[in-house]
Design a protein around this ligand. Sequence first.
Ligand SMILES: NC(=O)c1ccc[n+]([C@@H]2O[C@H](COP(=O)([O-])OP(=O)(O)OC[C@H]3O[C@@H](n4cnc5c(N)ncnc54)[C@H](O)[C@@H]3O)[C@@H](O)[C@H]2O)c1
Length: 385
Amino acid sequence: MHLRGRLVFEPPPRASEPSSPAGAGAAPLLDSGPVAGLDALLRDWDGEELVVRFDPPSGAFMLVAVHSTALGPAMGGTRMKPYPRLEDAIADALLLARAMSLKQAVARLPFGGGKAVLAVPELPERGSSSWRGLFRRYGDLVEALGGTYVTAADMNTGSAELDVVAERTDHVLGRSPGRGGAGDPGPATAVGVFHAIRAACERAFGAADVAGRRALVQGVGSVGRRLVELLHEAGAEVLVADVDPDRTAAVGALAKPVAAEEVVGTPCDVFAPCATGGVLAEDTIGRLACRVVAGAANNQLATPEDARRLQEAGIVYAPDFVANAGGVIHLAGREVLGWDEAEVHARLAGIERTLAEVFAIADRERITTAEAAERLALERIAAAR
Ligand SMILES: NC(=O)c1ccc[n+]([C@@H]2O[C@H](COP(=O)([O-])OP(=O)(O)OC[C@H]3O[C@@H](n4cnc5c(N)ncnc54)[C@H](O)[C@@H]3O)[C@@H](O)[C@H]2O)c1
């Protein structure tokens, strides 16, 4: 049965789990009033269930949003961050889980979409006992879901956290290679984004080759750093911007730095958002000086209408959940589907063909590229049901 917006409150963690000194007596993370708009958030969401567990030792809310299991277990990363209000954390989990369903479906992976959020009062110190305790108890929660949800990394979580989660559950992808996992998916995501850029350049300029093109990469973290290398190797002129000057400096001679606040408005052929979501908004789109937007960041459009604004501005937009599927292709391929490195690379290159298909649908149906990609994904999910 497809359950729409089911809200499940989980029991608190096992009494045997020791409370961390840092978490004991922690101030409540979020204001303790009623969660504003929760009924509307869930009613408007087309997903299956949201599981909520409060974790007294840390003061964190653990949220697991299972958007769809039609194509397989709901797979998606765990985001850890402090949120001003619980409803912001819930809204994030619901939106991100839906995008994961679309991503898995478009990438033709045998997984559905889900996402988890650990809404913490403050980020725990990696390696500390409170950090370890939090991720063990979170592993218990994932285990309690019996495989409905398979977790991976996201903001502020990586292989180190997943190694701890894996002490309590097998429903985890992206442990460190030393623990039998496929490790950081960032470099594979970068390869996929590179192919998305090629597809978008083909549409914008009539040639996929990026040699001689000017590409601006916003955010040079796990994905952006590798993307810079790939673009440089392919002969592009690369610009980079990061709020962390050490990260910008680390790319060295491969790219020219641009001030983080000057990204919008800097002339370039290709803009690759690889930092945060919401960068494509009414006030920024009018100032973009590029012909192509293709990057790794999730939820790049501030609102669905922004896809239309990009189209009207003559900018080719590679929908984020198509362009950034390389990470899940790598994780699923290496850890579940038995693909070797060559097969994974062939699938990453396939993002170029998938985007060509998306662009063809957009032209045929006279809709935006974002609408076309969503239609492709939703049709596959509906067919599986
Ligand atoms: N890692 C993956 O495999 C993967 C897969 C799919 C989507 N994504 C998304 O892609 C984006 C990048 O992922 P990542 O793993 O490289 O993250 P990361 O945390 O390793 O790197 C992000 C970088 O962006 C910088 N940054 C943050 N805000 C910025 C701003 N306003 N302007 C410029 N720089 C800013 C940070 O300093 C950091 O260097 C994220 O939005 C992530 O959700 C990542």
